[in-house]
Design a protein around this ligand. Sequence first.
Ligand code: NDP
Ligand code: OXD
Length: 312
Amino acid sequence: VIVLYNCPGMMSEDAPQWRALLTRLVPDIDFRVWPDIGRAEEIEFILAWKHKPGDLKRYPNAKAIFWLGAGVDHLVKDPDLPRQVPIVRLVDDGLTRSMTEYVVQHVLHYHRRQDEFDALQRRREWNQLVYPLARHRKVGLLGLGVLGSDAAEKLLMFGFDVASWTRSPKSLPGVQSFHGESGFLPFLKRTEILVCILPLTPETTGIIDARTLTALPQGAFVINAARGGHVVDADLIAALDSGHIAGATLDVFHEEPLPADHPYWVHPKVRVTPHVAGQTFAETAAAGILEGMQSISAGKPPKNLVDLTKGY
Ligand code: NDP
Ligand code: OXD
């Protein structure tokens, strides 16, 4: 089996770990690291993340692309994507758990008024601010897929009042489901802490704009753990400055790394994290990817195929 690891940039340093894990499971894997691809026609499977656009059309015998992340927006916007090659996105327990930790961490931060306690500490002020019971705190998840569902289940364990908004109707026990255009405003109106875990597609680009933010109740919070393209930055900053939105935690940005002069870095109501909400751990992901390769080699469809017509 010949596998190409095509992850220039941030994940290149992980190549030795992927090689070690995969060859432990299948000792005769020929694991090549881009750009040292050898003969392009020999490549059977590609593990990719943030590949150089245009590169993936070079492998005429590729049987699948395993994308080492959950969100495939970077991949599907490549005009040279070989559309006949199946794309398998990452669905993995390590990634799911790390995203859920992020969501729970920041929901709890806002629920427990931590920004206000931090400000009190800076002023050496002892003020026992009250906070509602979790069951009176309305959290709204934009997206209830693999990641949103797990986050919802964990938030329910704390007792939060959880709702979701999706394309199709959902029935996750304990979660109030809204969907489609008609469900959007009612979902927003009841949501005090909005968490975005949507894929970035033409339909979801700019979804957190002035109209959305205005529909949230006064003093709501926004957590974006999905993609920077979901937020209209100027609208969010205006809503924070007017006081309508009380705080935002942003993990993802239109341009990454976030430029040094971006107002988010210094905005008193914004918490910035550097695209770390969910991470890919070779340790947990390698076995599932191998299982996908084995399915394809046996002529069976792998799990977690990307639907290019939906874009996620
Ligand atoms: P899934 O495909 O499992 O779930 C996507 C969810 O979004 C589904 O519930 C889907 O609805 C909903 N959705 C998609 N399009 C629309 C739409 N137009 N209107 C309403 N709802 C919509 O994805 P995952 O949960 O695995 O991942 C979600 C995203 O999280 C990724 O695409 C990526 O952008 C982001 N991510 C960010 C990370 C980070 O570190 N910041 C890490 C990992 C992922 P339906 O079920 O009806 O199809
Ligand atoms: C992903 C990510 O999509 O890390 O997996 O952003």
